[in-house]
Design a protein around this ligand. Structure first.
Ligand code: 5IU
Length: 274
């Protein structure tokens, strides 16, 4: 099963080019760490990416929180992506009807589809949201994650909602390459007559921290070991655990990224042999 396959071997489980690129990047860099950079100034964003670049397979952005956004920032982000060999995940959390999300994904100020390898969507509108986003992203080789679960206290994305998200993904495996979730989704949402033995989805898990247990606004943290070894997650997403104390302290940020990378990789190696 995917849980005990190497990242490199799993690239062959996917036809989507972004899924393959992510798995090959993880294997090449020996890093299943994604750093989430929630800062509001272009220069801070670029400095943090430079500091963590060597240690990550992915950078997760919220491009709409950048106060001084100018599209020339995108070229700089792309250059860093090539220099350090990682992919971009714009955490846009689309949630509207198909026609609207297609416009939001392709256009506006940020033109997300033109640069983000990966983005995500809430399954709440139903399969039409995948249709809308794939009408833009599929031909560009992009990938989509569905939000099957959230890390926050009291999340409503549980039970049959999570199951339906998995069913929706199974119907659109060319474009939906995985989930934001707290654990593997194997077997969830499958009906007895479906053959899901060949199913592979990437599980990306936010809400990861080695020191804090949560924040003042409902965030809850688990360790890389809990996520990757115990719950079978594939990529750990870490934000303030890495840049939190001081977004300008680039040496400390690099050291923390290296530590999370090591913990994430050790948890994966333990998983392969257990
Ligand atoms: N994020 C979560 N939990 C979720 C989802 C997204 O924390 O369930 I979906 C985002 C929010 C933030 C990042 O951009 O992941 C986590 O940041 P911290 O590691 O700083 O808490």
């Amino acid at each position: 099963t995917p849980r005990t396959q190497t990242y490199g071997a799993r690239a062959l489980n996917f036809t989507n080019p972004t899924a393959r690129l992510i798995l090959e990047t993880i294997e090449r860099k020996k890093s299943n760490l994604a750093v989430s950079v929630d800062v509001t100034k272009s220069n801070d964003l670029l400095a943090i990416i430079k500091a963590v670049g060597p240690y990550v397979c992915m950078i997760k952005t919220h491009i709409d929180i950048i106060d001084d956004f100018d599209f020339s920032l995108i070229k700089q982000l792309q250059n860093l992506g090539h220099e350090y060999d990682f992919v971009y995940f714009e955490d846009r959390k689309f949630a509207d009807i198909g026609n609207t999300v297609a416009l939001q994904y392709a256009g506006g100020v940020h033109k997300i589809a033109s640069w983000a390898h990966l983005t995500n969507a809430h399954p709440v509108p139903g399969p039409s949201i995948i249709k809308g986003l794939s009408s833009v992203g599929l031909a560009l080789g992009r990938g989509l994650l569905l939000l099957a679960e959230m890390s926050t206290k009291g999340s409503l994305a549980v039970g049959s909602y999570t199951e339906e998200a998995v069913r929706m993904a199974r119907q659109h495996k060319d474009f939906v390459i995985g989930f934001i979730a707290q654990r593997r989704m194997d077997g969830i949402g499958s009906q007895l007559h479906e053959d899901v033995s060949q199913d592979d989805f990437l599980i990306l898990t936010p809400g990861i921290g080695l020191e804090a247990k949560g924040d003042a606004m409902g965030q809850q943290y688990r360790t890389p070991h809990e996520a990757v070894f115990e719950s079978g997650s594939d990529i750990i997403i870490v934000g303030r655990g890495i840049y939190g104390t001081d977004p300008k302290a680039v040496d400390a940020i690099a050291a923390k990224a290296e530590r999370y990378m090591a913990e994430g990789w050790a948890a994966y190696q333990a998983r392969l042999t257990h």
